[in-house]
Design a protein around this ligand. Structure first.
Ligand code: NAD
Length: 502
């Protein structure tokens, strides 16, 4: 055990799973109730233990038809007949039920996803409630949102989400869609559908009119059937750039409004006048939060050359204190990697990093026998051409590069096909503003990282996608004729790489 850990040993403090009322198997949530899927069902497992959690249905083409038809019926018969204020009441009710069942949702999320309970409890679930509260407030104020006169809903929204923030991504998708008057068919990721299915129970508790939200499960084939269904009006996708590109192609010319939230390779820029204690914590939070399974993770550390050694030494010391292990333990900092496939990708890219000449350092921590784990890792001597500096690892792996001048920092930060987020650490206000203005990233955090607020738009440039979620921008993506900069692809197609321009 490393020296630094000896004084920081904690007794195990696992959160009980007794609060969960799990079913052995889950069907598809269509028209307000669970029903069997016609595809082959599949098990979901805990990534920390590999123990089976439940059996999950797969929606085939006929099930996707059923779900879209239910959403269409609810759109024309109930949801559009309600006033904005009444739609808002349902959203408020959902938000309050999420708060009431917060502990259960946090435990389910950590069990299914592998993220530390302190993150699902203190970040994911509170933000889910915040998202519904925020958009509940907009439902009766669409006319005053600055989106033009009489903005109107689009119809049925097809939404596909990834596994890294399962319930939070669901909230980002469903809350603005419903506030704007649309109905929804959503597909969670195949490794993490559990909280979406518990959320279906919350919708029943909230008495949401049947068919307004339909939740179907399955893998990529189900997602593809959903986004390509002829009777959906809007597609919202969060996931990998490769799949996003395929969806942009297959829906081009279909008249479907499209928003894509894709990958990232964010630069976290540390100047020599940075508040260093905060910067070290910010770097750790930036890349090791949620095991680095974060699209906007600060995976490229750009540090000014004269403080590079100090920053790297302090980072290594700090990482040696992080506790890796049981996601349900309240002391855990680093949980499990979500799947074997993702673990293999992280290992492969890390091995390539070494082969290409970067220097690898890994925190000395005990790895549990079962499950999928990857210890926090730092690469130094990284050059901008290395694959670990260019490709999204989507794991707890930080690449460290250095720079001498602000201009060099900007040029290196922008030297990426992505453009989702960035961070700047400096005490010099004019330098911070000058650099932030030149970064091609949808979000730039100053002396902080990974801060999310429902009122603040979030989204990318270039291969990070187009469209914004959060704030008024997030509403615009679900309304006809609403024009806000970067609110997504309209009915005409646009090349993914063109995206929105700054
Ligand atoms: P993925 O693209 O493989 O899967 C995402 C979702 O798409 C899953 O539900 C999957 O079943 C579905 N899917 C797969 N193939 C499909 C197809 N052909 N048509 C329709 N749906 C399909 O990505 P992933 O591995 O689950 O997620 C990780 C990626 O998501 C990372 O690249 C990450 O950066 C990105 N991400 C982005 C954001 C953001 O807001 N920008 C947020 C979270 C994750």
């Amino acid at each position: 055990m490393p020296e630094t850990n000896r004084f920081l040993d904690y007794a195990p403090a696992p959160e009980s799973t007794a609060i969960l009322n799990l079913r052995e198997s889950y069907g598809l949530f269509i028209d307000g109730e669970f029903s069997d899927g016609h595809g082959e069902s599949f098990p979901i497992i805990s990534p920390a233990t590999e123990a089976k959690i439940a059996q999950i249905a797969t929606a085939d083409a006929s099930d996707v038809d059923r779900a879209v038809a239910a959403a269409r019926r609810a759109y024309s018969r109930t949801w559009t007949k309600l006033s904005g204020a009444d739609r808002g009441k349902y959203l408020f009710r959902i938000a309050r039920l999420v708060q009431e069942r917060a502990r259960e949702l946090a435990v389910a999320e950590s069990l299914d996803n592998g993220k530390p309970i302190k993150e699902s409890r203190d970040v994911d679930v509170p933000l889910v409630a915040a998202w519904f509260f925020y958009y509940a407030g907009w439902a009766d104020k669409l006319d005053y949102a600055g989106l033009g006169p009489n903005p109107r809903s689009l119809g049925v929204a097809a939404q596909v989400i990834p596994w890294n923030f399962p319930l939070l991504m669901l909230a980002w998708k469903i809350a603005p869609a419903l506030a704007a008057g649309n109905t929804v068919v959503i597909k969670p990721a195949e490794t993490t559908p559990l909280t979406a299915l518990i959320f279906a129970e919350i919708l029943q508790q909230a008495d949401l009119p049947v068919g307004v939200v339909n939740i179907i499960t399955g893998a990529g084939d189900t997602g593809s059937l959903l986004v390509n269904h002829p009777d959906v009006n809007k597609v919202a996708f969060t996931g990998s750039t490769a799949v996003g590109r395929a969806i942009a192609r297959s829906t081009a010319g279909s008249g479907k409004k499209l928003t894509l939230e894709l990958g990232g390779k964010a630069a976290n820029i540390v100047f020599d006048d940075a508040p260093m204690d905060q910067a070290i914590e910010g770097i750790v939070n930036g890349i090791f939060f949620n095991q680095g399974h974060v699209c906007c993770a600060g995976s490229r550390l750009l540090v000014q050359e004269n403080v590079k050694d100090e920053v790297v030494d302090r980072l290594k010391a700090r990482l040696s204190t992080l506790r890796l292990g049981d996601p349900l333990d309240k002391n855990t900092d680093i949980g499990a990697i979500n799947s074997r496939a993702q673990l293999e990708r992280i290992r492969e890219l890390s091995n390539i990093g070494e082969q290409e000449g970067a220097e690898r350092w890994t925190a000395d921590c005990e790895i549990p026998k079962n499950g999928f784990w990857f210890a926090p890792t730092i690469f130094t001597n990284v050059s901008t051409s290395h694959r670990i500096a260019r490709e999204e690892v989507f794991g707890p792996v930080l690449s460290v590069l250095s720079f001498r001048t602000p201009a060099e920092a900007i040029s290196k930060a922008n030297n990426t096909p992505y453009g989702l987020s960035a961070g700047i650490w400096s005490s010099n206000g004019s330098r911070v503003l000058g650099v932030a203005d030149k970064l091609r990233a949808g979000v730039v955090w100053i002396n902080t990282f990974n801060q999310f607020d429902p009122a603040s738009p979030f989204g990318g440039y270039k291969e990070s996608g187009y469209g914004r979620e959060g704030g008024r921008h997030g509403l615009a993506a679900y309304l006809t004729g609403a024009a806000l900069e970067s609110s997504g692809r309209g009915s005409s197609s646009a090349a993914l790489t063109k995206g929105a321009s700054k």
